[in-house]
Design a binder for this molecule. Structure first.
Ligand code: GLY
Length: 355
């Protein structure tokens, strides 16, 4: 069965209907310090079922997606006397849906949960598909389980107050899904002006984008094969993010690193699999217009390649594994790429993005 994803401008009403249908013994909300104050007041006003539900709140930020926060959430679940028949509503971005989903999946061996993503990035990626977990020992998403939310309720209403870099970040994953899906989808995504704030036009693109992910996860929920296509752009993105973390600076946002990684992957795809360069130029042009400049110089190459060797996707550290493309819609997972080709691709990417 594939995951239920509901798009709505009335999230409170939809959550009420879901709760009536699921008939839990009690409902509890998990939120972070941002969404507890910016999202919950209106949501609780509009939802009779959430009005008096207890809230488990933790401090916002990826730095808090850690074991001590998870323990405090489990403790609060205990003190709120949640049982296996209770329902959790995770209201927030990726940190909330990842950590809240993991807390729900593990407390008393698992209770039901609904995700209410409040960022474009979480709507299009984290909240859908069942990857839950926390960072551990300085490693991202090191501990976790696959457990899909019983439902995901998506409302673009929450995106109108997002900082523009957060919209760009989510749109990075939208571009990725379009590349995985088809040339038609890609052309439509590149035709939308993400800097223009037209959320009603975004709604249709978002539905199609989530559908791409849902379709893939339905076939391969545990990432044995097809789901690896969702790693497009991520070998480079994770290396850039890890390098930035080591240097004590942050990349603007995860999805921004993903679009830089997508361009590197498209260059490699052109070099190694004959991807038509018109697609590379079309995506690079969009990224150059809308996205921050890629923060990579040639003095970073050696350490980036070293970080890529330690990516979870490799079977050993002697090879570097990429997901590449023959064409939009034709993904080739498990491509082993040489360090020399990665250096060349990084050079060409920096040229294309005008860095
Ligand atoms: N974020 C990629 C996946 O869910 O598989």
């Amino acid at each position: 069965m594939s995951q239920q994803v509901i798009f709505t401008e009335n999230p409170g009403g939809v959550v009420d209907t879901l709760i009536s249908d699921m008939n839990p013994a009690g409902v509890c909300i998990i939120a972070d310090s941002n969404t507890a104050h910016c999202v919950l007041p209106r949501l609780r006003e509009e939802s009779a079922k959430l009005k008096d539900a207890p809230v488990i709140e933790f401090p916002a930020g990826d730095g808090n997606k850690i074991l001590s926060t998870l323990a405090s959430v489990w403790e609060a679940m205990e003190s709120n006397k949640l049982t296996r028949r209770s329902l959790i509503v995770n209201a927030g971005g990726g940190v909330v849906t990842d950590l809240g989903g993991f807390a729900a999946a593990t407390f008393k061996r698992g209770l039901r949960f609904v995700n209410l993503p409040t960022t474009l990035l979480s709507a299009v990626d984290a909240a859908v598909g069942g990857k839950t977990g926390i960072n551990f020992n300085g490693l991202k998403n090191e501990i976790g389980v696959f457990k899909e939310a019983d439902a995901v309720v998506v409302s673009t209403r929450y995106f109108s107050t997002l900082p523009s870099v957060e919209l760009l970040s989510g749109y990075g994953e939208v571009i990725k899904h379009a590349l995985i899906d088809s040339s038609e989808n890609l052309l439509r995504v590149l035709d939308y002006d993400i800097s223009g704030n037209d959320l009603s036009a975004l709604q249709n693109i978002l539905c199609d984008s989530v559908e791409v992910k849902r379709r893939i996860v339905k076939v391969d929920p545990y990432e044995k094969g097809l789901r690896k296509s969702l790693n497009l752009g991520h070998t480079v993105a994770h290396a850039i993010e890890a390098q930035a973390m080591r240097n004590g600076v942050a990349v603007p946002a995860h999805g921004v690193a993903v679009v830089w990684g997508l361009i590197v992957d498209m260059v490699l795809s052109h070099m190694l699999l004959g991807l038509d360069s018109k697609w590379l130029h079309a995506v690079a042009r969009y990224v150059r217009i809308h996205y921050p400049a890629m923060s990579v110089t040639c003095s970073d190459y050696t350490s980036l390649i070293e970080l890529m060797r330690h990516d979870k996707k490799n079977t050993d550290t002697s090879s570097i594994n990429f997901t590449l493309l023959e064409a939009p819609g034709k993904v080739v997972p498990d491509c082993i790429v040489s360090p020399d080709d990665i250096r060349t691709a990084l050079d060409i990417t920096r040229d294309l993005l005008g860095v």
